[in-house]
Design a protein around this ligand. Structure first.
Ligand code: HEC
Length: 398
């Protein structure tokens, strides 16, 4: 009873944290996108004078311009706490979901048959290590502009491949998102916020601010612009077994990264006043099509019929009842009103598969998760369905 209560409380905590996480991320990415648009829209005014942006908020018109004049005690607005709230709530979610139930989410014995503690350690240790590798590389290399963004893309692709090789897809994709989001939050905490603090202090004191530091901070802010769309893709993809649980998920991840970078570039170019670059948009579309092609499901292959009776039997649609025993056996210990699997308080994803009506109603989802991909059963929890099981489900539920 206490175990069940704890599981329920954990589910509630996960829900509340998700709410906080999504809201904080919206405010963070929303303000970062809005600020960069205001910045890039600065144009010199006719008749000279500093560059400005005219914009509206609610009913009022505003003019924004750069300044080097700050009064001694003048307060300044910062946009960093939403980033920290996003990171902290996201980290708590990684702990409460993937680390609390490594066999349900994290481990795929066909990839890395790790004991739970080892899988959890590697998943968590990756976050600071990836940040350190990235930060040291960019501090040392001094790369800037397009070259720096191109290297960032390669870095993210390599990281994605590594996580996909180690962990079950259901965890690998959100973990890619968590690592990229850690780069973004790290950029704010360790580069942008300190640079802004020092600039404010210099301006308040009437001293010359450090322009080299400002340029380095600008490069990291640009990285954050490019990372935002892939991060959101990887966070949402946990709900799409076709994307994360197919045989080509590394290709899916890399195409999504490329498409995210290109789409962001398309809009940044437009914000700079350079017009719509349709080549960028078309390249992003091609990458997205490639991603969907890589994720395209493949029906299980039926072996040739051994005799006429078998051939005839295969023409008959067996109906959901034929799949019921198999599903009961291979899915029912989790997907039941009162799951036997420890750590589950209610039927996961609301799917009670001991109920035949439910099997019929959710046939498409069952095929997607268990037959067209190997998302279910969780690879760390039990052996995957064999080809014969898949053919049976395919014939019964299609
Ligand atoms: C060891 C426990 C376990 C077993 C066994 C299991 N599932 Fe699941 N299933 C889960 C969990 C946990 C989720 C929710 C995943 C999430 O929250 O992202 C889930 C989610 C699903 C979903 C929703 C879509 C998705 O992929 O998230 C479907 C469909 C599904 N399972 C079908 C099946 C079928 C069919 C079987 C048997 C072949 C099966 N499951 C066996 C634990 C299990």
């Amino acid at each position: 009873m206490t175990a069940m209560l704890l599981d329920l409380l954990r589910d509630d905590a996960v829900f509340l944290l998700r709410w906080l996480h999504v809201v904080a991320a919206m405010v963070w990415v929303g303000s970062a996108f809005a600020l960069v648009r205001l910045d890039l829209a600065m144009r010199p005014r006719e008749g000279g004078g500093a560059a400005q942006t005219l914009f509206f908020n609610a009913g009022a018109a505003f003019r924004l311009s750069r300044t080097a004049e700050v009064e001694a005690g003048e307060p300044a607005l910062h946009f960093k706490f939403e980033a920290y709230a996003t990171w902290v709530s996201g980290f708590a979610l990684v702990c409460l979901i993937y680390c609390a139930e490594p066999r349900l989410y994290l481990i795929d014995p066909r990839l890395w048959d790790a004991p739970p503690w080892a899988a959890i350690t590697v998943a968590l240790a990756a976050l600071p290590l990836v940040w350190l590798a990235y930060d040291i590389f960019y501090k040392r290399s001094g790369l800037a502009g397009d070259a720096s963004v191109a290297v960032l893309l390669v870095f993210c692709a390599a990281l994605s491949a590594a996580l996909c090789v180690l962990f079950a897809g259901r965890a690998a994709f959100p973990l890619i998102g968590a690592n990229l989001a850690t780069l973004m939050a790290g950029n704010i905490a360790h580069v942008l916020a300190p640079a802004q603090r020092r600039r404010l202090a210099a301006l308040r004191a009437g001293a010359a601010p450090d322009e080299a530091e400002a340029r380095a901070a600008g490069a990291r802010a640009l990285h954050n612009q490019y990372l935002a769309l892939p991060v959101i893709f990887f966070m949402l993809s946990g709900h799409a077994p076709l994307l994360f649980a197919g045989p080509h998920r590394i290709g899916v991840a890399v195409s999504a990264l490329g498409a995210g970078f290109l789409i962001r570039r398309f809009f940044l170019k437009r914000a700079r006043g350079l017009g719509w670059d349709w080549t960028l948009a078309a390249s992003a579309a091609v990458l997205l099509m490639a991603m969907l092609a890589l994720a395209w499901p493949r029906a299980p292959e039926e072996t040739a019929a051994q005799n006429a009776g078998q051939a005839i039997a295969r023409l008959v649609h067996p109906g959901p009842a034929a799949a019921q025993n198999l599903i009961e056996e291979k899915c029912g210990y989790c997907h039941a009103a009162a799951p036997v699997w420890p750590g589950l308080a209610t039927a996961p994803a609301g799917l009670d598969l001991t109920d035949r009506d439910m099997i019929e109603k959710k046939a498409a989802a069952i095929l997607r998760a268990a037959v067209l991909t190997s998302a279910m059963p969780p690879p760390g929890a039990s052996a995957p369905l064999d080809e014969e099981d898949k053919v049976l489900l395919w014939r019964a539920l299609r």
